[in-house]
Design a binder for this molecule. Sequence first.
Ligand code: C5P
Length: 240
Amino acid sequence: MNSEKLILALDVESLSEAERMVDILKERVSIFKIGLQLFTKEGPKAVNMVHQKGGRVFLDLKYHDIPNTVAKAAIEATRLGVFMFSIHALGGDEMMKRCKDSVVETSLKDNVKRPMVIAVTILTSIDQKTLNDLGMKENIKDKVRHLSEKALRSGLDGIVASPEEVKTIRECCGKDFIIVTPGIRPEGKSIPDLIKDDQKRFMTPKEAIREGANYLVIGRPVVLAEDPLKTVEGILKDIS
Ligand code: C5P
């Protein structure tokens, strides 16, 4: 089973809830994403918990600040021993380059494995209309392509992008560029109607892998499922 391709978003309220989810899924999932909600509440404890249980961490805090601040945050992310972390390509070339340099330097100095640094281009919750409303008049695919090329030239390992943009990114950035795709919705499974789904550009797991994604990020369809393990097993079967 292709469990190496699945990243489970631990978008939950507390460390104990995250721990419960990791315990249920750790036989099938090896990479867990810790994002704004859990990290703001629990901080590095959440990262350590996943590591103690044998998992790897994608720290998804989407750094977007002046180059010096992002470089300093990157040093701390590297020291935490995460497998991957995210920054915003819209932070610009200097921010991306300084971030990458800090990661390389810290991993050598502290003798820790170098985390992959990946850039967010345009959030998967943003569609063409929203982009235009923000004053960006370009076609969304052109914008994603442009930002992906910038991330590649700045020395980053890859990109977070909607499944719809995977082909375009592969074309411009080559086969070794890592593509991580959120916005995944398993076939026939919708998240509970009570929660408004904000993903506007999505695909099924099988479609996203076929397009050429290296990793799929899935949160609510699993975390909110009645049986998260069964849902993950269904997804793994779908992409194997
Ligand atoms: O619940 P859902 O499957 O939509 O979760 C997707 C996860 O991926 C969320 O944690 C979200 O923050 C993250 N993400 C995203 N779009 C991006 C980057 C990250 O949805 N461009």
